[in-house]
Design a protein around this ligand. Structure first.
Ligand SMILES: C[S@@+](CC[C@H](N)C(=O)[O-])C[C@H]1O[C@@H](n2cnc3c(N)ncnc32)[C@H](O)[C@@H]1O
Length: 233
C-alpha cells in the first residue's frame, strides 16, 4: 500500500520474508529495485528474479546493514517479535529520509460478525486463547500487534502515518462477494495450516503431548466451519 512510484528503483527490505514470495513479486513488479528478504529459516527458492536476494538474519538482533533502505516491509510477524517498539525503531533508523515503511499485521482475536470479540465457551475461543496466552507468557511475543502498531510507529518518529484495518473472515460466510472470496482463501489456509501454526507452540511451549495438541487442532478445525468469526489485519 506504500505509494511507491511506478518506476521505483530503490532498495527494499522484507522482514521475515518466509517463502520469499512477496520479494519475488516485488522484484518482478519493480525490475530496477533491489529486494533483500531476511528470515531466520532458509526456506526461500533459488529461482528468483536477478534483483532479489535472501539472507538468514534475526531481526531482533542489532541491525548491521551498511546503507539505509528506501522501503521496509514487514508482514505477519505477530507472535515472532518480543520488543515491537525496538523493532519499529530499528526500521526507522534504517530507513532513508523520505522512505516508506509498511507493517501488515494481525489482531488474532476471534471477532464475531457484530464486531465484538468472541468470549463464549467454544473451541474457536479455546484455540485462540491457548495460542495467544502461550506465545505471550512463554515466548514474550504478542499475537495481536495490529491495534498497537500505529502508536509504535508514531513513537518511533515516523510522519505521514496511515492505518488501514481490514476484516478478514474465516470461511465464506460474509455477504460481500470480495469478503466471501477472501474468507474462503483465508479459511482454507487456516484449515490446512493449523497444525503448522500450533504444534510447536502447544508441544514445546505449552508442554502438551503430541496427541493432545493434535486433538486441539482437529477440534478447532471442526469448530471454525461452524462458528462465524473474523480476524483483523
Ligand atoms: C508468519 S511468517 C510470515 C512470512 C511472510 N512475511 C508472509 O507474509 O508470508 C513469519 C516469518 O518470520 C520469520 N521470523 C520470525 N522471527 C524472526 C526473526 N526474529 N528474524 C527474522 N525472521 C523471523 C519466520 O521464520 C517466518 O518465516
Amino acid at each position: 500500500m506504500a505509494p511507491l512510484p511506478k518506476d521505483f528503483s530503490g532498495s527494499v527490505l522484507d522482514i521475515g520474508c518466509g517463502t520469499g514470495i512477496w520479494c519475488m513479486d516485488m522484484g518482478d513488479a519493480y525490475p530496477s529495485a533491489t529486494i533483500r528478504g531476511v528470515d531466520l529459516s532458509p526456506t526461500q527458492s533459488d529461482w528468483v528474479p536477478p534483483n532479489v536476494f535472501f539472507e538468514i538474519d534475526d531481526v531482533e538482533e542489532e541491525w548491521t546493514y551498511s546503507k539505509p533502505f528506501d522501503y521496509v516491509h514487514s508482514k505477519i510477524m505477530a507472535g515472532s517479535i518480543r520488543d515491537w517498539p525496538k523493532f519499529v525503531g530499528q526500521c526507522f533508523e534504517n530507513l532513508r529520509e523520505g522512505g516508506w515503511v509498511e507493517f501488515a499485521d494481525w489482531d488474532y482475536t476471534p471477532f464475531l460478525p457484530d464486531g465484538t470479540p468472541d468470549t463464549r465457551n467454544n473451541a474457536v475461543v479455546t484455540w485462540h486463547k491457548l495460542m495467544m496466552d502461550t506465545v505471550l507468557e512463554k515466548a514474550g511475543a504478542t499475537a495481536k500487534p495490529g491495534p498497537d502498531i500505529k502508536q509504535w510507529v508514531l513513537d518511533a518518529g515516523f510522519v505521514d502515518v496511515k492505518e488501514v484495518v481490514f476484516r478478514v473472515p474465516i470461511g465464506g460466510w460474509a455477504k460481500d462477494p470480495k469478503l466471501k472470496e477472501t474468507g474462503r482463501y483465508y479459511g482454507l489456509s487456516l484449515e490446512e495450516g493449523v497444525e503448522g501454526i500450533s504444534l510447536a507452540i502447544f508441544t514445546r511451549l505449552a508442554r502438551m503431548s503430541y496427541q493432545q495438541a493434535m486433538l486441539e487442532c482437529s477440534t478447532f478445525r471442526q469448530a471454525m466451519k461452524e462458528i462465524r468469526f473474523y480476524h483483523k489485519l
